[in-house]
Ligand binder design. Sequence first.
Ligand code: AMP
Length: 114
Amino acid sequence: MLQDNIFLKIIAKQIPADILYEDERCLAFRDIKPQAPTHVLIIPRKVIATHADITAVDSELIGHLHVVAVQLAEQLQLEEGYRIVINCKDGGGQVVPHLHFHLLGGRRFAWPPG
Ligand code: AMP
């Protein structure tokens, strides 16, 4: 159920997470199964199930998530570069039904992605 997903429990502090940043609009925490030396998830507090559910009212929020990603990349010393990934729906590899940015860094990334 949408209201029961693991990220909502992290937002509600019902389960622990290694939180690197939080403010009134978003949270950033380390991925429990990192796919790179640095792997952070950035999520809005607002319930938005998938990237496809973003609407014009979310423009400022989505911009804010990107600004937070840039600040985290700097803080985590990803000056060589990094990758932002948003998996959208089942076909895009999304597992948790709450919008999240993956911020990945600390290694080289191939293109095209898998
Ligand atoms: P996605 O496949 O895009 O939905 O990504 C979901 C991500 O959430 C995966 O990379 C998981 O490893 C991560 N994840 C799942 N549960 C937790 C958790 N409790 N704490 C941190 N990351 C998690």
